[in-house]
Design a protein around this ligand. Structure first.
Ligand code: FCB
Length: 441
C-alpha cells in the first residue's frame, strides 16, 4: 500500500463522554440525569446500567496513561452537567468541578490537549421536568452552566465544544423515543429540541467568548451525507427533507444563522424574531462525528414521511451500520465547498464489533482495524484535496455504555472487562497508536 500521509501538525486522539464511562453516579453530590431515569424505566436493551460503566471517575489516571502511551495528543471528554449544577439551576457543586480540574491537570501533565464538551446528553433531570429541550427556558441555565465550568477550567482548557450531536438528541430523544428522555413527539418534538439546542448553544458560545478571547470554540454535529433510496421523486424529496432535519438545522444554524427553507413553515411557531442572529456564531472548530451515510425513502406514518431505507453496501458493523468510508470524504468536501472550509476535527469515528478475547488474552479486532484504516485513507485524501481537517479522534478510547444498547456494544480501542474493570488495548489501539506516532501509515 502506498503511504497515507497527514498534514504536519495533525492532531490525533480519542473521544469519550461522561455518562458512558464515568460510573460513580451517586458520588460527590452528582444530581440525577435523564439517562438515569430512562435506565430506571427499563429502557436499556440489555438491562445494564451506567452505574459503574468503566469507573473512569476513579480510574482516570490509568485512562490518561492509555492515551499517552498511544501517542495521542488530544482528548475529547465531556463534562457531566448534573455533577456541576445538580438541580440544573442554582447551587454549584464544587466537588464536581474538582473532578474535572484533576482530570485536566492530569491530561496537561501527560502532554495531552484537553477538548471539553459541555453537553453529551446527560441532561439534569430537574430541567427535563421543566420541559427540557422542548422549551426556550433552558437557554439561560445552559449558558450559566457553560460559564461556571469555563470560569474554573478555561485557564487550562483552550478548546471547547458546546453540544454533542444535537440532532441525535432531538430526533431520538424527543421525536422517536429511543433515547432519553424518551419522548415520541414526532416532528414537533424534533424541531423544538433542535432549535432550542441551537439557541442554548448560541448563548453558551457568547458566554464562553466573554470569558476568553483566546479560547477556541466550537460544536460537534453528527453529519451523514443523505441520499435517496431510489430516483423516485418521492424518495428524493423525502431524503431532502431528512437532510434538512438531520444535517442542516444544526449545521446551518450555527454556521449561517439559517433555518432551512424547506422547514420554514413547520418551524414558524418555534422560531422567534431575532433567533437567527442568536444561533449563529463564528466558531473556531467544527467537530464532526461520522459513522455512515444515510439512505432514506418516502414512507408515510413517520415524521416528515421519511424513513431509513436499505443502504447498498457489503460491509456492516456490529450495530448493523453500513461501512461507507467514502462518505467521510464527501462530507469533508461538502464542508469545504459549502461552508467556507472551516477548521474541522473528526470528533468521532469508529465501530462496534462483537469482539472476542483470544487465547493469548488479546483482542485481535481486525474488522475495526480495517474500519479505521479505510476511513483514515479518506481523511488523508480530503486533506490532500484542500479540506481544512485538523485532527482525528476515534470513538472510543474505551468500551463503554452505549446508550440504549447498554454495555452490549463495544466501540473501544481498549477492551473493558466489566467484571474486573481491567483495560486491555486491542489491535486497533496499536494500529492507531502507530499511525499517530508516525503521522501516517
Ligand atoms: C454517537 C455518540 C456517542 C456514541 C457513538 C457510537 O452518536 O455521540 O456517544 O454513542 O455514537
Amino acid at each position: 500500500m502506498t503511504d497515507v500521509v497527514f498534514p504536519r501538525g495533525f492532531f490525533w486522539g480519542a473521544s469519550t463522554s461522561s455518562y458512558q464511562i464515568e460510573g460513580a453516579l451517586d458520588a460527590d453530590g452528582r444530581g440525577p440525569s435523564v439517562w438515569d431515569t430512562f435506565t430506571a424505566a427499563g429502557r436499556i436493551g440489555d438491562g445494564s446500567s451506567a452505574a459503574t460503566a468503566c469507573d473512569h471517575y476513579h480510574r482516570w489516571p490509568e485512562d490518561i496513561a492509555l492515551l499517552k502511551d498511544a501517542g495521542f495528543n488530544t482528548y475529547r471528554f465531556s463534562i457531566a452537567w448534573p455533577r456541576i449544577v445538580p438541580a440544573g439551576t442554582g447551587a454549584v457543586n464544587g466537588k464536581g468541578l474538582d473532578f474535572y480540574d484533576r482530570l485536566v491537570d492530569g491530561l496537561l501533565e501527560a502532554g495531552i490537549r484537553p477538548m471539553a464538551c459541555l453537553y453529551h446528553w446527560d441532561l439534569p433531570q430537574p430541567l427535563e421536568d421543566r420541559g427540557g429541550w422542548l422549551g426556550r427556558e433552558i437557554v439561560g441555565p445552559f449558558a450559566d452552566y457553560a460559564e461556571i465550568v469555563a470560569r474554573r477550567l478555561a485557564d487550562r482548557v483552550k478548546d471547547w465544544m458546546t453540544l454533542n450531536e444535537p440532532n441525535v438528541v432531538a430526533i431520538f430523544g424527543y421525536g422517536l423515543g429511543d433515547h432519553a428522555p424518551g419522548h415520541t413527539l414526532g416532528e414537533a418534538g424534533m424541531l423544538k429540541a433542535l432549535h432550542h439546542q441551537n439557541l442554548a448553544q448560541g448563548a453558551a458560545l457568547r458566554a464562553l467568548r466573554a470569558i476568553g478571547p483566546d479560547l477556541r470554540l466550537g460544536t460537534v454535529i453528527n453529519l451523514q451525507p443523505c441520499g435517496a433510496q431510489s430516483a423516485d421523486a418521492q424518495d428524493v424529496a423525502a431524503a431532502a427533507r431528512w437532510d434538512a432535519v438531520w444535517n442542516r438545522v444544526p449545521l446551518d444554524g450555527v454556521m449561517k444563522g439559517e433555518i432551512p427553507s424547506i422547514l420554514a413553515e413547520k418551524m414558524a411557531g418555534i422560531v422567534q424574531p431575532g433567533d437567527e442572529a442568536a444561533i449563529r456564531f463564528p466558531i473556531d472548530l467544527l467537530g464532526i462525528n461520522y459513522y455512515s451515510r444515510m439512505t432514506m425513502k418516502y414512507e408515510t406514518g413517520h415524521p416528515f414521511d421519511v424513513w431509513w431505507g436499505e443502504a447498498k453496501c457489503d460491509r456492516w458493523t456490529g450495530m448493523a451500520w453500513p461501512v461507507q468510508p467514502d462518505g467521510l470524504y464527501d462530507l469533508l468536501t461538502s464542508l469545504k465547498d459549502g461552508y467556507g472550509n472551516p477548521a474541522v476535527y473528526i470528533a468521532e469515528n469508529g465501530a462496534a464489533y462483537d469482539d472476542e478475547v483470544a487465547p493469548d488474552g488479546m483482542v485481535h479486532d481486525a474488522e475495526r482495524v480495517a474500519f479505521y484504516r479505510d476511513h483514515l485513507v479518506q481523511v488523508a485524501r480530503a486533506a490532500a484535496d484542500g479540506c481544512n481537517v485538523k485532527g482525528y479522534l476515534c470513538w472510543s478510547l474505551l468500551d463503554n455504555f452505549e446508550w440504549a444498547f447498554g454495555l452490549s456494544k463495544r466501540f473501544g480501542i481498549v477492551r473493558v472487562d466489566y467484571e474486573t474493570l481491567k483495560r486491555t488495548p486491542k489491535d486497533s489501539y496499536h494500529f492507531l497508536s502507530a499511525v499517530a506516532k508516525r503521522g501516517g501509515f
